[in-house]
Design a protein around this ligand. Structure first.
Ligand code: NAD
Ligand code: ZN
Length: 377
């Protein structure tokens, strides 16, 4: 990682994928550099900005103005905000708009928004003309530290989330940390769960740092930038080692098998945001690790206390509208993609900063654990 040399300079994290390597540019007001960076990557390109109707009102003009400095023309493709847009209909709409805008191989798709826009625009970019280059300009904390990096793109099927998609790496990620100032606090908190995840899964020092600086991260400024850059550096390193998740990229799913089951139970609604489900999932993963005798109780307690102090849910009773019984939760966990031939794979913790892949979790133990957690709500 290149740390800023002067205040105002961005931090740059490279995702080392050989011929498909790219930079993540992190810093306040870095959106302004978009045009120059696009011109350096694709001289003479046209650009199409895909965004949602909420982000459009806040940041589209700034993005267009910045791009105008470096590309020939810009088109805007505005979709409805919300997970419902990550659908076949949303995909068709974006693909047709890209084709109508005459986007060709030498041009650039720019995904301006949260993970919904990034996943949808990235998948459309992967498919139109068998692959257009695209730039991620993530505008949520979750997108800046997670979904914009690593090249996973997808839409949802009626059978579940992210079931139709492609690996398609962006050519550039510009994470302007100032755009997070307009993000609703609840969305910021939810994204923060993914930041904590990086500390828990592989960097105890980062967890300790977060514990000491959580207020500054929420306030913005240098601490926020450091937290985002550290998260991106870790994701970049894991993606560079295991781009297609045949090995330790799965560690990024810490808290996610529990979390996805809870999200599904809540109907993927505002009752429980993804990051909130992940926070609760990480608390459960830590406590289940204690149950298996692999994690010291004090470390699980530190994990849940930090998440709770940040305002994130750590107990099932905190899910608005309640959660289903243990059998239903087990069913939902089994539907998660991380199931191989009936055996449940969970990401568990040996320590803070030392997560591991547990490929053969005993369903009876897990069921007993969930029943106890549900009783103790
Ligand atoms: N591809 C991956 O690797 C990956 C990883 C994690 C999550 N995801 C996907 O990401 C999606 C969730 O992303 P998300 O949490 O960013 O949700 P989102 O894209 O729905 O954004 C959340 C809300 O915030 C609004 N918003 C975005 N930026 C804003 C800003 N700067 N100011 C004010 N409002 C703003 C959006 O309009 C939306 O209403 C899910 O579909 C998930 O599957 C993908
Ligand atoms: Zn996640």
């Amino acid at each position: 990682m290149t740390a800023p040399l002067r205040p105002g300079d961005p931090t740059i994290v490279n995702v080392a994928l050989g011929g498909r390597a790219y930079d993540i540019v992190i810093g306040r007001h870095q959106m302004a550099s978009l045009g120059a960076r696009a011109a350096a990557l694709k001289p003479g390109a046209k650009a199409a900005i895909v965004t949602d109707d909420r982000v459009a009102g806040l940041h589209l003009e700034a993005a267009e103005a910045a791009l105008a400095a470096g590309v020939l023309t810009t088109h805007r493709i505005v979709v409805a905000a919300g997970e419902g847009t990550k659908s076949f209909a949303g995909f068709e709409c974006v693909c047709e708009a890209l084709i109508a805008a005459r986007m060709e191989r030498g041009d650039l798709v720019v995904a301006l928004g949260g993970g919904v826009v990034g996943d949808l625009a990235g998948f459309a970019a992967a498919a139109v003309r068998r692959g257009l280059d695209y730039v991620q300009v993530p505008t949520t904390l979750l997108a800046q530290v997670d979904s914009s990096v690593g090249g996973k793109t997808a839409i949802n099927s009626r059978h579940g989330k992210n079931l139709v998609g492609a690996f398609h790496q962006p050519v550039l990620v510009v994470a302007d940390t100032a755009v997070l100032d307009t993000l609703p606090p609840r969305q910021f908190r939810a994204g923060y769960a993914e930041v904590v995840k990086y500390g828990l899964l592989g960097d105890a020092g980062f967890f300790v740092w977060l514990d000491a600086h959580v207020k500054e991260v929420f306030a913005g400024g240098a601490a926020r930038e450091h937290a985002i850059a550290t998260s991106c550096r870790m994701k970049a390193a894991i993606v560079a080692r295991d781009e297609r998740e045949t090995g330790d990229r799965a560690l990024l799913n810490l808290g996610h098998t529990f979390g996805h089951a809870l999200e599904a139970a809540a109907g993927f609604s505002d009752r429980l945001l993804h990051g909130e489900a992940v926070a609760l999932g990480m608390a459960l993963a830590a406590e289940f690790s204690v149950r298996l005798g692999v994690l010291a109780p004090a470390q699980a307690a530190r994990t849940t206390r930090h998440l709770a102090d940040a305002g994130l849910p750590v107990r099932l009773a905190e899910v608005a509208g309640g959660v289903p019984d243990a059998d239903r939760l087990m069913d939902l966990m089994a539907q998660d993609k991380k199931v191989k031939r009936g055996k449940l794979t969970l990401i568990l913790m040996r320590d803070i900063g030392a997560a591991y892949i547990a490929p053969d979790v005993d369903p009876a133990l897990l069921r007993a654990f969930l029943m106890e957690k549900l009783d103790g709500q």
